[in-house]
Design a protein around this ligand. Structure first.
Ligand SMILES: [Zn+2]
Ligand SMILES: [Zn+2]
Length: 189
């Protein structure tokens, strides 16, 4: 569980885009939040947690409206409409429930690991020995020869397919995802 370092409640961060302020929903204490190349870092009191948001598209140092909307559509940010009584206007409240984000990242990573495991099994059992470097399509030797070693889909040149290299690459992706899950379960560091 990722708890607030001040009030110890499960940390939900309220995002104030106008002032670029990030506060605990419960005790209103301030946190730092940075986004750099899909890596979101929440920090405070010399402690931090990294969240790798693999599936977001736009990101920069500062949270922009575009980034918030992207985070929202990917399920990382919740939006509640609040009525401002004075102006009789609705405005959006952006909330980042860190524990849900953690669960979501772990779930997405576990799904990817399953897919990668399947890829390994598929590669191990396949007889395909040539691959297209552009579109990734694979061919058995005979088919590759018959088509002059060019891809039947995109006409790019085929290259020999090295099962071991391919499996090594996939395994390193799997351990990267596993490390990511482990660091999230450790929590603040
Ligand atoms: Zn708090
Ligand atoms: Zn191709």
């Amino acid at each position: 569980m990722i708890n607030c370092l001040y009030c110890q409640k499960p940390l939900k961060i309220m995002i104030d885009l106008k002032d670029n302020k990030f506060t605990c929903k419960d005790c209103k204490k301030e946190y730092n939040l940075g986004l750099n190349n899909k890596l979101m870092t929440v920090s405070c009191k010399n402690k931090k947690i990294n969240f790798l948001l693999n599936d977001i598209s736009s990101c920069s140092d500062k949270l922009s409206n575009n980034t918030i909307y992207d985070l929202y559509t990917k399920g990382y940010v919740k939006c509640t409409k609040v009525l401002n009584q004075i102006y009789n206007e609705h405005y959006s409240n952006w909330e980042m429930p860190l524990n849900s984000i953690k669960d979501l990242i772990v779930q997405k990573a576990e799904n990817s690991i399953k897919e990668l495991d399947n890829n390994i099994r598929r590669i191990q059992s396949s007889e395909e020995s040539y691959t297209c470097s552009k579109c990734g399509n694979t061919y058995p030797f005979e088919k590759a020869v018959n088509n002059n070693f060019s891809c039947m889909i995109c006409s790019s040149q085929l290259k020999p397919f090295n099962k071991n290299d391919e499996i090594k690459n996939i395994n390193s992706s799997i351990s990267f995802l596993n490390n990511n899950i482990a660091s999230l379960s450790r929590g603040w560091c």
